[in-house]
Structure formats: structure tokens, C-alpha cells
Design a binder for this molecule. Sequence first.
Ligand SMILES: [Zn+2]
Length: 370
Amino acid sequence: MVSAGAGVLLVACGDNGLDPFAPLPTASDAPPPQSSSSQQSSQSSQSSPSGPQAEVSAQQGEPSAESSDESSDDRSAQAEVSTELPEPLVYIIPRPARQGDSVLLLVEAPGAQAASMSWQGQAFSLLKHDDRFVGFVGIDANEQIGPHALGVAVWGPSGEQLLWQETVIEISAVEWTVDDIQIDGPNAALLEPAIRAEDYAAREPFQSTLTPQLHWLGVFDPPSSGEITALYGEQRSFNGGPISEYHTGIDFGGLTGSSVTAANAGIVSWAGQTRRRGNGLIIDHGAGVYSGYYHLSELLQTPGVVVQQRDLIARMGATGLATGPHLHWEVVVRGVTVNPLPWLRLLEFPDPDRELNPANAIAATNLVRG
Ligand SMILES: [Zn+2]
């Protein structure tokens, strides 16, 4: 575990773990290894980045996950490096990643104007933070294991492309626990797929937007003082049926009416009710990172309100599909529910291998180069 303010080891994006800071080949020396890379590089250089807040079109082409199958260990694809500005340095943490991880892409590029990344069919801008650009992607608990391609582009002050680099993140498997949950009485009706879909459709628009600001720095706090009673990723079946879903967050036990606090600063993006989740509240932390709080007995904030870390936002309850009072808390990154544990400063459960904390790494100043 890394405490706040501690130096964070960042694994540099060197593809093979050797020397990521060796001079990159020029475009003429090293043509892109595949057409999709060439397409993106070409189109990216034609675009006129209007700053880090500019959403990059997903139609600019992207390295697909499938295309990474043909990759070798060294995937540095192509680079056009300005002689006037320092070469952008790319960091990816954690690397390799596991199912359920949040991955931080951090680019040190003093003097650069904009940067973007491409991942799983989407290209989007990175956020400028001092001399760095940051972006997050979420990896689903059941994401396909193996290599996944990630592209990075950086532009200079005149719109010239400083860097185009494609690399591979290896995603490894996690052996999630499996549990069968007995639900009876009126709650059994809430297991209907249509009700689950209705719940998701009501909340999804409020947790999937890439807000181009960072509303927070530093690690998150547990939103409840209760003990953790269920972990993220648990593969769940109901009443003896087949596995139908996984647990998208972690549960805190407690009494109805106990305090629920903001895990970190942000803006309330949704406060409402669905049949499946009961009363719920979502906080937009910016940069595509959201936290959600569910089964609440009482909502104490409304959409649009700015909250600070540890602000009281709601009270614990058992509304929706709940077998008793608890807080279901989840973290959503770029629309994907991820393991919340790496985002927390205080871990009630042993966190098997989380030495790196994406939330903490943004502010890290002493980058250890791999
Ligand atoms: Zn839960």
C-alpha cells in the first residue's frame, strides 16, 4: 500500500521493460507495423488539436485489441520527435494490468499543447496537468486476457505531432470468487434482466462522460466506516442459477441511517432511484472517473452540487435489491466498473498486489523510471 504523498513507482512504457527512453526511430526509419497505425498517425497529424479538452474523434482509427495478437515484445511503432521540445515520456501504471484494474496513462511533455490516447476502439484526449497529460481507462472484471493495444499521440504548440507511439498492455486474469445468492420474496422480481437493464440505462449517461477536468488529486477515502462485506469481481448466480453477473463494487455493512461520505471531491452527476439499485448517487470526479453509492435510505445532495472529500452525501439503507442495510460503492472509469480497492487509502481487506495507486500517481513528482 502506498500512503498519500509517498513516491510511486511508475512503470515506464518501454514495451519490453528495457530502456523506454532510448531515442525513438523517426518516421522514415520505422514505418508503422500495420495499416491501422499508419492510418491513425496520418489522420492524427492532419487534425488540428484545439487543446486537451478537445474530444478526439473515435473515427480517427485505433489499434484494435485483435491487432495486438501479431505484436512482438517491442511495439514502438512510429515517432516524429521535435528537436525543439524534450521528447515526451510515456508512463503506464500498472503494467502489466489485471482484470478489474484502472490504468493510468501519464505523459510528461513540457511545452506540448495536447495529447490523446486510443484504446479499444475509442480515441480521446488526455487532460493537461502542469507539464503532464493524464488519462484513465478501466478494465472490466471479465475483460479478455492477453495483449491489448494502446496508442498515444502528442502535439506541439503549433499543432505539429511530437509523438505517436503504440504499445501493448498485457492483461492478466484474476480468479474471482464465485457465490450463489439466495433472493426470495418481493426482491426476487428484481432479478429480471429487464429490470437490471432499466437500472443500467437510467444511470449510465451520468457515469460515462469524459469530463475534461480533474476535480481531485490523491487517493480516495472509504465512503463508509462500516466493514467491507463483499468485494468487487465476485461472480454471482442467484437462487442456484447460472452465473449471470459480477459484483461491480464493494459493499460496506452498517446500520440504516449511518453516514455515507464522498470518496473524493467532485460534482454530483446523478441522484435518483431505480428499482434494482434503490436510492443512488453518482459523483463525477473528472477525467472519466466516477464513484457511485447505492441502496441508500436518504439522499442529501442533488445533481450539480460540488462536494469535497468526506462530505456527507447520503445515509445507508436497504432500498432496491438488498438483503439488508449496506452501502454498495463502485468506481467507474471510462464507463467500466473497476476494482475500487486500489483507489482507497485504507484497505480493510488485504489488497493482494496493489503497490501502485493510479489516483496517487497523478501528483507524483519523483517518477522512477523503469
Ligand atoms: Zn454490492
